[in-house]
Structures are given as C-alpha cells and as structure tokens.
Design a protein around this ligand. Structure first.
Ligand SMILES: NC(=O)c1ccc[n+]([C@@H]2O[C@H](COP(=O)([O-])OP(=O)(O)OC[C@H]3O[C@@H](n4cnc5c(N)ncnc54)[C@H](O)[C@@H]3O)[C@@H](O)[C@H]2O)c1
Length: 258
C-alpha cells in the first residue's frame, strides 16, 4: 500500500516510537496521522508541529472500548477513512512472580500490563479493521494494514518480565489468525519486535542498566535509531507480500536473564 494521502492511526503516538513514526510518515511519506494516547500535552505538541491539516490528536485509553469508539468517530469525521493502524501504546511495568519474601505477586499488577499491551492492541485493531473494511481496495486489492508493536522480550524476556513478555508474545501470536481472518477484507497484519531504542521508556531506566542493555546488542552495538523503526513501518505498509509475521528489529540482540 502506498502511504501518500493515507490515514494512519498510531497509538502511543505522543511519545517514543509511535511519535517518531507519526512525524516521519507525515513529513516524508505524505500520510495523515491520528495520534491516540493518554498524554494530551505531548499529543497536542506533536499535532502543532505537524500542522492540523496533517494530524489529529485524540486523548484515548486503549483499554477502553468507549474511549476508542470516541476517537475513531473523531478521526472519521476529520479524515473520512482509516488505512493503517500502528499499535505502539505500551507499558513496561516489571512484575516478578514472587517477591523477596517468596510471596506471590498480586494478579492486579500482571493484569494491568496485559490489559494495556495485549487487550489494548486487540481493541484498537478491531475498531480500525471495521473502518478499513469499508475502504475501496487499491490496485493490489488492499484496504488496510495493521502493525502491532511487540518486543524482543516476547522471545527472551528477562527476570521480572513475565507479564510484559506474556503480553508481547500474545501480540505476536495474534498475527497469523488476524491475518487469516482479515485477508478477505484485504487487510494485512504484522508485528515488529524492537530490541533497544532510546525512547522515554528506555531513557527512564538507570544509566547503568542502559549500558548493560547496550552491551547485549550484538551488532551494531548501540540503541536503534527512530528512523530505523519508521523505515520498518514503511516497509511493512508498502510490501504487500509480508503478512502474518513478526519482524525482529534488534541488531541480533539476545537478552540475558538479567
Ligand atoms: N523503546 C524500546 O526499546 C522498546 C523495545 C521493545 C518494545 N517496545 C514497545 O514499543 C512501544 C512504544 O514504546 P516506547 O519506547 O516508544 O514507549 P513510550 O513510553 O515512549 O511511549 C508509549 C506511549 O504509550 C502511551 N500509553 C500508555 N498506556 C496507554 C493507554 N492505556 N492508552 C493510550 N496510550 C497509552 C504513553 O502515554 C506513551 O505516550 C511499546 O509497546 C513498547 O512496549 C519499545
């Protein structure tokens, strides 16, 4: 699918990877972007920088159907269609199974991560797919593309990442059934599993921890650049033959246990 004049919904679009993709797609590929995020201040700033003709911000909680419905209505009223959905909203909340005293963690903490990172992805994907299915197919028969953001932690989660890894593994496992089901509408579904990118989520970690994480990158031995993430989103939108898969974007990194 060609991105020129297409409407791209990006959750987590007010920060980090989501915001970087929004800026790149709007300024370099001629797309119009809808940013769905909890953070109203950062969302408004991003829209101001891109221009209101190219961007809309909708304060959204991806865990709430009602909140997404309201945002989708606003996007349809402004731009009239949805062609691409990039689901990057996520939280990294650590969650050990047992605490220092050997006591089981509360289910609530685990469930919070699953609710945002996994249920939130399904929630937004389903609502966007409903709109995509109404599009006229392009010359390749495509009506929409979904890109869900997973993580390298889906494969080699570290100690304390049972909830996070579980949520991201779930995102990857949805690729195939979603791609199969939505194929008849001309909608493709893939995920990206980033390694280490210097977003606010990662920069909030202790510097010592960041150095240890970089040391686990094989080559190149550095954090990923925002443009490298944006290019991967573009590749997945433009290459019609990639479907139902997860693309690892991680410099051959294999995370150690801690
Ligand atoms: N940065 C990395 O190295 C890295 C590595 C692997 C995976 N990821 C994944 O990439 C995605 C983006 O991460 P990032 O590093 O850009 O993080 P970030 O913290 O910079 O951005 C995440 C955004 O999601 C929003 N958000 C959180 N909960 C939400 C909710 N309930 N509803 C709507 N918005 C919500 C936040 O407000 C924030 O703006 C996440 O899913 C993360 O798990 C990031």
């Amino acid at each position: 699918m060609n991105l020129q004049d297409k409407i791209v919904v990006i959750t987590g679009g007010a920060s980090g990877l989501g915001r970087a993709a929004a800026e790149y797609l709007a300024t370099k590929k001629g797309a119009k972007v809808a940013l769905l995020d909890l953070n109203a201040k950062a969302g408004a700033e991003t829209v101001a920088a891109l221009g209101e003709d190219k961007a809309i911000f909708c304060q959204t909680d991806v865990t709430s159907e009602e909140s997404i419905d309201t945002s989708i209505s606003a996007i349809m009223a402004k731009f009239g269609a949805i062609h691409v959905d990039i689901n990057a909203a996520g939280i990294p909340l650590p969650c050990k199974i047992l605490d220092k005293e050997g006591k089981a963690t509360s289910l609530e903490k685990y469930a919070t991560v699953i609710k945002v990172n996994l249920n939130g992805v399904f929630n937004v994907m389903a609502k966007c797919a409903e709109q995509m299915a109404k599009n006229q197919p392009d010359e390749k028969g495509e009506r929409g593309v979904v890109i869900n953001i997973s993580s390298g932690a889906a494969y080699e989660g570290q100690i304390g990442q049972s909830a996070y890894s579980g949520s991201k593994g779930g995102v990857n496992s949805m690729n195939m059934p979603a791609a199969r089901e939505l194929a008849k509408y001309g909608i493709r579904v893939n995920s990206i599993a980033p390694g280490l990118f210097g977003t606010p989520m990662v920069k909030s970690l202790d510097e010592k921890v960041q150095k240890i994480l970089i040391s686990m990158c094989e080559a190149p031995k550095r954090m990923g650049e925002m443009v490298e993430f944006s290019h991967t989103c573009i590749y997945l939108v433009e290459n019609s033959y990639v479907n139902g898969r997860c693309l690892r974007l991680d410099a051959a990194t294999v995370m150690q246990a801690r």
